[in-house]
Design a binder for this molecule. Structure first.
Ligand code: BTX
Length: 327
């Protein structure tokens, strides 16, 4: 499997060019038949590798094509992903799912796109979503709990997504409060954006949007994101987006059930175990300005408690967290 990852890497580097079986065999010290077997195994887990006689192999794009039938065939859910739309291009899967939910789309309705032209992050920030490189997904939820419980649902989702990534992609990601997922080297690999439609105290629906960088290489990111954003795929560990989506929806459904009965309390420990924010010096950017302090703990509501220099404990409900690189 070590070689398998390296073959994949060699094909990635070759871009549009074909690489012959002979060349690959020589490079890795194996026979052409062995190369062919590795290629078949890679195709088996979803990599769209073309094999053309007398020319060799070529990786058509970064990931396998996303198909609803293939995703649903291995889905262990009863609600999430049972209705699904996979689009080639959309402005934002959250925007699309929101409109569908307003039109009556049922709970669990899931929208995926190969590419978003106006993927959105929090506070109107953009989310970079190039074709074939990631999982850009939105799920419609119609919970019966009151509006005040909605914000912590996003924290729960961070735990679910982190665990699905570990199970299906073999990468240990950490959670940065409130719900960014970071690679072990600190680069951001996933963002979660939930948007809600509510009337007074009653939630009509929530659109849970999840963006995960799966295949993007450093040079695929725009300059301002290099060193800041990272992807799951590493040489030697091929990842199937289809399998990851199945794992994600399975986890989310199970966790969402627990959340409805028990609230964030049930996820606090899991969140703490995965978190990389507590015990560090951080700057928190709130609407009322910036504060610097020591991230002490989160509570059952998912709020962050920060100890300032004067020894005061402050409860932070919503803010941007900036890590002190020296802490
Ligand atoms: P956020 O506001 O925490 O993150 C946005 C910030 O993250 C940007 O300002 C930029 O610095 C950085 N960023 C942008 N694109 C990427 C990327 N691909 N990888 C890493 N960092 C990036 C996080 O918001 C919530 C993002 C949710 C995205 C999903 S995708 C499916 C769904 N549809 C949709 O329009 N949004 C959600």
């Amino acid at each position: 499997t070590e070689i398998r990852g390296e073959i994949l890497q060699a094909l990635r580097r070759a871009g549009d060019r074909f690489v012959s079986g002979e060349e690959l065999g020589q490079r890795f010290g194996i026979s052409r038949t062995a190369v062919w077997k590795h290629i078949q195994a890679l195709q088996g887990v979803g990599y769209p590798i073309e094999a053309v006689r007398n020319r060799g192999y070529r990786l058509r794009e970064e990931g396998e094509e996303l198909r609803p039938e293939a995703i649903q065939a291995g889905l262990a859910t009863s609600v999430l992903g049972r209705h699904m739309t996979v689009l080639e291009t959309v402005d934002s899967t959250n925007r699309y799912a929101f409109a569908e939910a307003e039109g009556g789309a049922p709970e669990g309705y899931t929208v995926l796109a190969e590419r978003q032209t106006a993927g959105r992050g929090r506070r109107g920030r953009p989310w970079f979503s190039p074709p074939g490189h990631g999982i850009w997904m939105s799920v419609v939820l119609r919970p019966t709990f009151p509006v005040f419980r909605a914000p912590q649902l996003t924290l729960m989702a961070a735990v679910s997504v982190a665990e699905a990534i570990r199970e299906r992609a073999g990468v240990s990601v950490g959670i940065k409060w409130p719900n960014d997922l970071l690679l072990p080297d600190g680069r951001k690999v996933c963002g979660i954006l939930s948007e809600m439609s509510a009337e007074a105290e009653e939630i009509r629906f929530i659109v849970l949007g999840i963006g995960i960088n799966v295949f993007g290489r450093e040079e695929d990111f725009p300059p301002e994101l290099r060193g800041v954003a990272g992807s799951l795929a590493q040489p030697g560990s091929p990842i199937s987006r289809t399998a990851l989506i199945q794992g994600l929806l399975g986890r989310l459904e199970a966790d969402y059930r627990i959340y409805q009965n028990e609230g964030f309390r049930a996820f606090r420990e899991g969140w703490e175990r995965l978190n990389v924010s507590l015990g560090r010096t951080i700057a928190v950017q709130t609407q009322s300005g910036q504060k610097i302090g020591w991230a002490r703990r989160i509570d059952d509501d998912g709020a962050l408690w920060v100890e300032t220099d004067e020894g005061r404990l402050e409860k932070i409900i919503s803010a941007e967290v900036i890590f002190d690189p020296g802490s």
